[in-house]
Structure formats: structure tokens, C-alpha cells
Design a protein around this ligand. Structure first.
Ligand code: SF4
Ligand code: SF4
Length: 401
């Protein structure tokens, strides 16, 4: 009995009336199980299934289960976990897909992927940025084997937090990590010469190699063709429900998929337009962090001196951060009208400086003083979007430092 079958059997006994309805077709719309090939049919459901559980178990799609892969590049693992965090809807996924490759959740080898026909995987969710040769190789391999390739999460879509490494380079990162951190610095003092990981070691038994770390971190669509984007750090249950809903409708009912390039579960307007906080466009004279003030629960955070990336960020998440009293950090990326999320935010911030005729006088020194209060402006304004920004990375002038 598979892992998911065990869950189904248990839920068959325990499921209660409170179970939330999943984004599956209405029961009457679901295809009859007899339509699926015998070998693909879902295990017989227990007789005691409640209507809620039965709705979660539509059986295999008419053409048989689709093949599914989920892979991580340069990522923290949160995106993988987000797919497992969809509660009982995971049962519908279990009915709909055969997992052919998902290293964090199921055993599988790269050779299994290589053995597939081109396009044989219906859907691959690729999370994480591309920052080393292994990420890039796997991204190309999965693209070749997949019909639908989704940049899943902020790092795959925008480069994400790994993209902040574009402010430095591989040599400086390795030097810092392996010689300057306290633990490694102490270790290196015990060695005759610095011990730094090599990418190739010729052992008597054969070559041993490690992925090559790149100087420039890239978003997925900077290395290959992407069909859809799912924003979020990590994607929310609501966004995943939209993605699953579209897929379920496609594989069970033959409905067309969204147009290529769609940012799933997001809107092309700014977060401020869906944020419930009241905007008064008050002038900023001091920058503060949420823990430094008694945050007004209804007023716009920018009006309270807290820098919020809402004006430069795409809507769709429902503004959970600002509703919890924390500023938006921009994980949905900019709208389609904006190429440069950081610059867009700088503009929004500057528009709140008291420099208009009817404002109290403020000189350049005072403006510089306000800006100095922004801790780590590059990391703040480009927290998720450095790799996809126009500046993309820091560079050194020829002969410069
Ligand atoms: S700036 Fe932030 S807090 Fe203010 S309205 Fe926009 S999203 Fe909401
Ligand atoms: S409010 Fe901003 S940081 Fe929070 S989930 Fe939404 S887009 Fe991401």
C-alpha cells in the first residue's frame, strides 16, 4: 500500500464535516473511474467515504495519471515544503499524478529522468535559482523532458534571495566562507595552505567532481524557456490551489491552460491596491522598523515610516504580511509594467519626502539623513529581484577595485 493510499484509508475513517473543499472538479463533473485504464485506476475507495473525501478523490484522469516532477535549484527548500503543505488536497494530487522525480519527497535518480522521452513529463515545477552547473544541467534536462515547465517560487521566477550573491563573485564568496568565517578561519590556521573545495579531483578510482559555482545567479527564464510563473516565497496555498485548479480542469475536462507566460495566482496591479491599510500619503521624515513603534493596525505602513515594498510589488498574495503588521518585502516581484523593482521602490519612497512647496523646508542633507536610516538599501529594495533587475549584478570597472 502506497503512502498516499495509507492516508486515504485513515481519512476514510476519520474525515469530518469541517474538511475544506479542494480545488477539484465538482463531483458530478469528475470522470467516471471506469473511463481510466485499468492499471491507472485509483485504489477502490472505502465504502465509508464522506462526500468531502470522495470529492478529493476523483480517480486517475481519463488518459491515465500525468507524470510530475519537482526539482530544486539554488533554494532553501521552502517551495518543496509548500507543495506538501496543501493539506488534504495532496490526495487529489496523488490521484492525478505519478511522481517521476522529486528528490525531497521520493526516491529517484537522474538516470530515471534521462530515460524518459522528450516531453513525457506533463508538469515540472522548478524551484530555486540557477547558480551552479548542476542547477543548469538539471534545468535543461527537465525542460527537455517536460511539456509544461513552471518557474515555481520567487527564486526561480526572479533569482530571489540567492540573487543577492550577484553583488559579489564566486572567488570572494569561497574566500570568505572557507577562510574568513570564525570556524573555517580557525581550521585553516591548522593547515599548511588554504583548503578550498575543488570542482574536480582525480582519484585512483576515477574522477570526483562538484558543481561549479557561477559568478552570476540567474532566474530560470534567463537560461531556458519557461511556460508559467508561480510567485511567492514560498507560494501560498491559495496560489497553489489556482495552479492545481487549472491543471485539474485541463487533465480531467480538457479545458485549455492559461496563456503561456501567465503569472499564476497573481494580478497585474500593485499590492497597495489589495492591501486593506488606509493610505494617507503622509510625508516621511524618519524611517522605523515595526518593532520600534506601536504600529497603527489600519494605517499604511509607509505612512508610519516603515518601508513597505507594496507600491513596487505585484498583487495576488492577499497582503498577509502587511495585515500582520509587517512590511511587504516584494516576494511577488514587480508588475509587468516595471522592469526594475528596486528603482520603482526608490521612486515610491522619494515621492514621500517632504520636498513639495507646501511641505516644511527640507534640505538635501536631511534627505540623505533619511536615506541613511534605510539599513542595507540594496538588500531591501532588491531582496528578491536582483537577478532580474536591469543592474543584474555589480561589476568592476576595468583596472578598478
Ligand atoms: S505601502 Fe504597504 S502598507 Fe501601505 S498600502 Fe501599500 S502594501 Fe499596504
Ligand atoms: S505581502 Fe509582499 S512579501 Fe508578503 S507574501 Fe505578499 S508579496 Fe510576498
Amino acid at each position: 500500500m502506497s503512502f498516499l493510499d495509507k492516508i486515504k484509508a485513515r481519512l476514510g475513517k476519520k474525515v469530518g464535516d469541517s474538511m475544506e473543499k479542494a480545488a477539484v472538479p465538482a463531483k458530478e463533473e469528475a470522470p467516471k473511474k471506469a473511463a481510466a485504464p485499468a492499471k491507472e485506476a485509483a485504489p477502490a475507495a472505502p465504502a465509508a467515504l464522506s462526500p468531502e473525501l470522495a470529492a478529493l478523490l476523483p480517480g486517475a484522469p481519463p488518459g491515465g495519471k500525468i507524470k510530475f516532477a519537482h526539482y530544486w535549484g539554488a533554494a532553501c527548500g521552502g517551495c518543496d515544503v509548500s507543495m506538501l503543505d496543501i493539506d488534504e488536497k495532496i490526495l487529489t494530487v496523488g490521484d492525478m499524478v505519478d511522481i517521476v522525480f522529486w528528490p525531497i519527497a521520493a526516491d529517484g535518480k537522474v538516470s530515471d529522468v534521462e530515460a524518459l522521452e522528450d516531453g513525457e513529463i506533463t508538469l515540472t515545477l522548478f524551484n530555486g535559482a540557477v547558480r551552479n552547473s548542476e542547477n543548469e544541467h538539471m534545468a535543461h534536462l527537465l525542460r527537455q523532458k517536460s511539456t509544461i515547465m513552471v518557474a515555481y517560487g520567487s527564486c526561480a521566477m526572479l533569482g530571489g534571495i540567492p540573487g543577492l550573491a550577484n553583488t559579489t563573485n564566486t572567488k570572494e564568496i569561497l574566500d570568505y566562507v572557507y577562510t574568513k568565517t570564525p570556524t573555517m578561519g580557525a581550521f585553516q590556521k591548522t593547515q599548511k595552505s588554504p583548503v578550498i573545495p575543488q570542482t574536480l579531483y582525480k582519484a585512483p578510482e576515477g574522477d570526483l567532481d562538484l558543481p561549479v559555482l557561477y559568478d552570476t545567479v540567474k532566474a530560470l527564464d534567463q537560461v531556458l524557456d519557461v511556460d508559467y510563473y508561480v510567485p511567492g516565497c514560498p507560494p501560498t496555498q491559495k496560489t497553489i490551489a489556482v495552479l492545481l485548479g487549472a491543471l485539474i480542469d485541463h487533465v480531467y475536462n480538457g479545458a485549455p491552460l492559461p496563456p503561456k507566460g501567465t503569472v499564476i495566482g497573481a494580478e497585474d496591479k500593485t499590492l497597495c491596491e489589495e492591501c486593506p491599510r488606509k493610505k494617507e500619503n503622509r510625508r516621511i521624515t524618519k524611517v522605523v522598523e515595526p518593532h520600534e513603534i506601536d504600529v497603527d493596525p489600519e494605517l499604511c505602513l509607509m505612512d508610519q515610516g516603515i518601508i513597505c515594498l507594496g507600491p513596487a510589488t505585484r498583487a495576488g498574495c492577499g497582503a498577509p504580511c502587511t495585515q500582520a503588521g509587517q512590511p511587504c518585502r516584494g516576494c511577488y516581484g514587480p508588475t509587468s509594467a516595471v522592469d526594475e523593482q528596486g528603482a520603482s521602490m526608490l521612486t515610491a519612497l522619494a515621492s514621500l519626502f517632504p520636498v513639495l512647496d507646501d511641505d516644511p523646508n527640507m534640505g538635501e542633507d536631511q534627505i540623505i539623513d533619511i536615506m541613511r536610516q534605510v539599513k542595507d538599501p540594496l538588500g531591501y529594495f532588491y531582496q528578491f529581484s536582483m537577478a532580474k533587475s536591469l543592474i543584474r549584478r555589480s561589476v568592476k570597472e576595468k583596472g578598478g577595485k
